[in-house]
Design a protein around this ligand. Structure first.
Ligand code: FES
Length: 127
């Protein structure tokens, strides 16, 4: 799967929102450095966090086991599956929040915003 990613800090800096329809188009047209915006390819049975790390990126994480939410990303386009979820609320799941350490792509193309630690509600979940 091909994953286009964007750092949440960019949204904060530029006043963009996760719900902007043209979020990734704007990112593509802007001059954003390669760690904050770009794409990675995810091999089958590989989770998003691992794929990002294999490509040389440092995304936030702590437990690597689906228990802390430090690795949370917002899936804006496409879909992933998580084998289990014990910490994300229904509301967060509806917003597209997923744990990158245990998320496997199920669509060929994905767009995700990583580093979403400042998203409302997520702070309390992080260990
Ligand atoms: Fe803890 Fe992913 S690193 S849930």
């Amino acid at each position: 799967a091909r994953v286009e990613f964007l750092d949440y800090d960019v949204l904060t800096e530029r006043g963009w929102s996760l719900t902007d329809d043209d979020l990734f188009e704007k990112a593509a047209e802007s001059d954003i450095d390669g760690d904050a915006y770009g794409q990675v390819f995810v091999e089958p049975r590989t989770n998003l966090l691992k794929a990002a790390e294999d490509a040389g990126h440092s995304w936030p994480f702590a437990c690597r086991g689906g228990a802390c939410a430090n690795c949370a990303v917002a899936v804006v386009d496409g879909d992933v599956k998580m084998p289990s979820n014990h910490i994300l609320s229904e509301e967060m799941l509806e917003q597209g929040v997923r744990l990158s350490c245990i998320s496997l792509p199920v669509t060929d193309d994905l767009r995700v915003v990583y580093n979403i630690e400042h998203l409302p509600g997520l702070d309390e979940l992080r260990l």
